[in-house]
Design a protein around this ligand. Sequence first.
Ligand code: TYD
Ligand code: MG
Length: 452
Amino acid sequence: MSKEKIKTVFFCKECGYESPKWMGQCPACKAWNSFKEGEEVTASRNTSKRMRPENPVIIPVSKVEIKKEDKIKTNIGELDRVLGGGIVWGSLTLIGGDPGIGKSTLLLQVCKSIGDAGKNVLYVSGEESAAQIKLRADRIGEFKENVQLFCETCLDDVRKVIEEAKPDVVVIDSIQTMFLEDVASAPGSVSQVREATGVLMKLAKVLGVSIFIVGHVTKDGNVAGPKMLEHMVDTVLYFEGDRHASYRILRGVKNRFGSTNEIGVFEMQNQGLVEVTNPSEFMLSGRPANSSGSVVSCSMEGTRPLFIEIQALVTITNFGIPRRQSDGIDCNRVNLLMAVLEKRIGVPLANCDAYINVAGGIKVSEPAVDLGLVVAILSSFHNKVVSEDTAVFGEVGLSGEVRSVAMAQARIAEAAKLGFKKCILPASGKKTIQDDCGMELIFIDNIKDLKI
Ligand code: TYD
Ligand code: MG
């Protein structure tokens, strides 16, 4: 046996940066006091070497053969779209999200669906017992024999099982519970998680097994500790949503095989997660009638326009510095647009508190919602209602100009489908619009032209 060389290294528990000595601040992610001591066992690397193909060869790209059909459809439409059409053979996908958001439920449903299509699936759980998983499985439906369960936390055993059984798809729930015997540190530590992911990565590539790994998220929104997990895997998906609301959003953050800005919307019901195919209707349900400060805007999420309700509440500051609070939209963007309103059209917002909320708890970042936000703020400030059948979108620049946004036609078509009658949109994108879909289109060049 080769002599094991153990050296002590320090890892940043936020981003996984490695250093031979302790540091107060991480040079990579600038986090303070984030260094933890860990042991790097160099010999452990040798264990993964065994899985390398016998004779390394180079081949022309044009000669690469893809043996099986290129993607495994999960038949869960919302997930397939986020994945870029289905699961790629031999890919490693990380699903992150808060505890209890539904990661295990979704993956169990994926197992059932793929199992029903005749593929062999192995669900490895390090968190729950077989009986607990069975209870959940019973809520989801009947499982076939080809979906198998393995409750284990030792990744060396898991690897052996995968190498022998050669399933088509493997789910590891969760990566933080897995440990390799050769790595001295505790499960969930940076070195364990990193080495374990490395082993799974090699398994996926060498055997052509598609692997899903579940990763827990720390309270500041990173996949626990190792952000570097994101660099290692092919696809990163995040599950987000309001824990109090029943819907969940699956967002692609990285995808080597497809677009990253697609989202999938699900609703948590009694029999597991159910796809929501018309998310805009879902987001707009329960909208208050005749209420000032409430405006519908549109954000493109991948190829789909998503209509959301932006709510603004602007009140006079009673004491001290004005308070600006925002949920669902970047607060800096809110401050910036309020400054634009103040400077360009003279609305005295400097001594106003402003509370902004995107109803439903979804987060939007597309600048196309700027105009909607501006109209919502004005509506609340002047206490004037924007009629319910109006949708507003456009990017607002620092001079108060309204700039064109991509895919205006698709947004109008979707607005018409949802029953809107009026649309306020940028004049500069006028020529890209061929069809008004029976809507009254109000083109504006500058926020000065807003009639509120
Ligand atoms: P779970 O998948 O265990 O979350 P994670 O793996 O991300 O921690 O989520 C379970 C939650 O979903 C739990 O609060 C119960 C709820 N749930 C339902 O409402 N309906 C269902 O059919 C299932 C299986 C779970
Ligand atoms: Mg779970």
